[in-house]
Every structure is written in structure tokens, then in C-alpha cells.
Design a protein around this ligand. Structure first.
Ligand code: CUA
Length: 403
């Protein structure tokens, strides 16, 4: 009797667990706002291909799972030892071998897999297809942020370098050439496509396309050191006209600072920051007044490594054109909630709106390691420069002019 009651309890608990799990899965599948890293809420044509493959395969697998589980439970019940046999009349009747069944459960799965393979191969071929008017962007993984390099006029020279946020127009293919400067990272925007590893010395292609403007979240998915867990990325999708405006702004030097604090901040930036961070046209050790060089900056050659002035640090020329900084970990603007699609502030606007988030910028300059685990002694992340509060104020006054 006790065994019977226990198995009934197990059956009921198991059923409840399955229902709750299924409900959570379905709930997640319907929302990108609550779950921004939701691969089951496709927002572009590449993600649609994956989704259209996953759903039927999952349905077939689910059906097989249910049939097998029902079979197991039914057989356990149907062929259990009878109550009358309890006293131990030897073993139950042994049944062995049923040729028809065995051939059946070998052939049916093989056929199922063969059918799925056809759709699978078709989907893989579709993933590689790129439209003619695709925009080329080189993506470089780095401990612990992403750099994006655009060749907007397809002349082979880089003319925009930015970080944290990849900006692209809605409805256009963007062909990413994914690389890494240090260790293996993995680039993943779940709403737009699958994952692609960034491997040092190699280039991996990935095509992104988003149907609608919005901000789409991503997360590095290959363990890459101390701050792997907070190595985020965002794709900001604008409509084509806004994207063109963005390109215009990004290829125009920001205005020179005029107020005293910002001018002092620029001076400080050249002394303290410019050996790693580049602001196009500012050269480390240059003398004031600082003149902006013509774009594209001659320091951006084809060679990513040695000729680049910004050494392993984000290019800050148009810092304030991003909604987030520090590897997309911190908001650059007050009241900014770019962590969800359709969330309002900054969304879809070429230049993010609102007050700069002075608090975040200052916290970052005060002690970057306290916000993001880093190892600057080994060239991984930003060092604490031991700046005074007055210096921090000046630097921030300069940084917020970089639009
Ligand atoms: Cu980069 Cu994990």
C-alpha cells in the first residue's frame, strides 16, 4: 500500500513540475521585455530561420517524449507483478524479443532524423545568405567589451570605430566579421541570430538583420576571464534615415570644448587617457590647442594591432552617441532604460536623449575595478589612475562633450 501511495505522490509531483516548467517556458517565449536574452522571440530574418526550425523540431521531440513516457508508465503498470504473486512464486513471465517492435523503433527514429536533417541543412544554407546591400562591420572581442569598425563607403578604409553598441539600420543585412584581440569570446544577440565565437587569429562571419528599430541585448557566451559574466553588448537598430544621420555624426569630429572645465578635462585626457583611449585627431602628448585630423584617422590602417593608437581601450571620439559604456554595463544617460525593447528613453533616437549620467561616469573614473572585476596589471581592463575629485569633474566635463 505504501509503495502505491508513494508512486501516486511521485506521479502527481512530476506532473506539476512538468506543467510549471512548460508554463515558464511558454511565458518566456512570449516576452522580450521581461527576458531580453530570449532566443524564442525572433526579431529578424536570421532569427526567424532558427525559430522556424526549432519550433517544429521541438514539437516532434516533445511528441516523442510524451509517447515514450506514456509507454513507460503504461508498461510499468500493465506488466507489474500481481498482488497474488507477492509471496514469491518466482520471477514474472519473461518476455524477450519482438522483431516487429524492434524494427519499428529503429526505423521510425531514423526516418524522423532524416526528415529533420533536410530542414536542418536547408536552414544552415539560408543562414549564410547575405543581401547585396549589406553593411560590413568588423567586430573585435576584447577583455571585456566589443569594438565595432565600419567601412560605410566600402572603400576598404575604416571610417567609424565605436564600442559597446552596434548601430544598424532596420531591414538591412549587416555582415559581421568577428575577431578577437586576446582570448576566445562569443558574440550573441539572441533576438537577431545565433552565437558566433570570436577566436584570436580567425575571422568568423555572422549576418544580423532586425525588422524593427529597437535595442537588442546580448551577452558574451564564452568564458573569457574575470568579467566574462558582465561582458555585454547591444545592437541599436534605427530606421534607415536615422542610421544615415548617425553615420554623418560619427564621421564628423565632435566640436572642440569651450567651457573652462571641459578644456581642462581635454588637457587631462591627452595626458592621462590618450595613450590607451583614442579620440580621433587627438594625439598622445600633443600640445594644445588640439586640432582634429581629417577623418578617417590615418592611424587606423588595415593593420589592427601596432598602428592603432587606442590600445585595447574603446575609441571615445563619439562616446555620448552610445546609450551605455563600460562594456554596456553602465547607462550613459539618466533615466535611461535601454535594457528592454520598446522601453522609451534613448530608443530609436540617433543621439540618446536626457541628462548625461554624471554619477556613473564619475564612479567609473574613481575606481573602475570596483564596478567591473579587471586585471589592469596584465593589460586586462582599465587601471585606477588615482584621480582627484577635481580631475574627475574636469574629465567628465570633457567626456560629455563628445557627441
Ligand atoms: Cu568575452 Cu566571455
Amino acid at each position: 500500500m505504501r509503495n502505491k501511495r508513494n508512486s501516486t505522490i511521485a506521479l502527481v509531483l512530476g506532473t506539476i513540475a512538468c506543467l510549471v516548467g512548460g508554463w515558464l517556458l511558454l511565458r518566456g517565449a512570449t516576452s522580450l521585455t521581461t527576458f531580453p536574452l530570449n532566443t524564442l522571440s525572433p526579431q529578424g530574418r536570421k532569427a526567424d530561420i532558427i525559430y522556424d526550425l526549432v519550433v517544429p523540431v521541438f514539437a516532434i521531440a516533445g511528441l516523442v517524449f510524451i509517447l515514450v513516457e506514456v509507454g513507460v508508465v503504461w508498461m510499468a503498470y500493465r506488466f507489474r507483478r500481481n498482488e497474488e504473486d507477492r509471496e514469491g512464486e518466482g520471477e514474472p513471465v519473461q518476455v524477450h524479443g519482438n522483431t516487429g517492435l524492434e524494427i519499428g523503433w529503429t526505423i521510425v527514429p531514423a526516418l524522423l532524423l532524416a526528415v529533420i536533417a533536410v530542414f536542418n541543412a536547408n536552414a544552415i544554407l539560408q543562414m549564410d545568405d547575405v543581401r547585396e546591400d549589406a553593411i560590413d562591420v568588423t567586430v573585435i572581442g576584447q577583455q571585456w567589451w566589443w569594438e565595432y569598425r565600419y567601412d560605410t563607403d566600402s572603400d576598404g578604409a575604416v571610417d567609424i570605430i565605436t564600442a559597446s553598441q552596434l548601430v544598424m539600420p532596420a531591414g538591412r543585412d549587416v555582415k559581421l566579421a568577428i575577431q578577437s584581440r586576446d582570448v576566445i569570446h562569443s558574440f550573441w544577440i539572441p533576438a537577431l541570430n545565433g552565437k558566433k565565437d570570436a577566436v584570436p587569429g580567425r575571422t568568423h562571419d555572422l549576418v544580423l538583420e532586425a525588422a524593427e528599430p529597437g535595442i537588442y541585448e546580448g551577452q558574451c557566451t564564452e568564458f573569457c576571464g574575470l568579467s566574462h559574466g558582465v561582458m555585454r553588448m547591444q545592437v541599436k537598430v534605427l530606421d534607415q534615415a536615422d542610421y544615415d544621420e548617425w553615420v554623418d555624426i560619427m564621421t564628423t569630429p565632435p566640436e572642440q570644448p569651450t567651457d573652462d572645465a571641459a578644456v581642462a578635462g581635454q588637457e587631462l585626457f591627452v595626458q592621462q587617457c590618450s595613450t590607451c583611449h583614442q579620440v580621433n585627431g587627438l594625439e598622445p602628448g600633443a600640445q594644445a590647442p588640439y586640432e582634429y585630423a581629417e577623418m578617417p584617422n590615418p592611424n587606423y590602417g588595415e593593420d589592427v594591432g601596432s598602428t592603432l593608437l587606442s590600445q585595447n581601450a574603446p575609441n571615445l571620439t563619439h562616446l555620448m552617441m552610445r546609450d551605455t559604456f563600460a562594456g554596456s554595463l553602465l547607462d550613459l544617460y539618466e533615466d535611461s532604460d535601454v535594457n528592454a525593447i520598446d522601453s522609451g528613453v534613448g530608443l530609436g533616437s540617433v543621439v540618446p536623449e536626457g541628462e548625461p549620467n554624471y554619477n556613473n561616469l564619475k564612479r567609473w573614473l574613481r575606481n573602475p575595478e570596483s564596478i567591473k572585476p579587471m586585471d589592469p596589471a596584465n593589460n586586462q581592463g582599465m587601471p585606477n589612475l588615482g584621480l582627484s575629485e577635481a580631475q574627475i569633474d574636469e574629465l567628465v566635463a570633457y567626456l560629455v562633450t563628445l557627441k
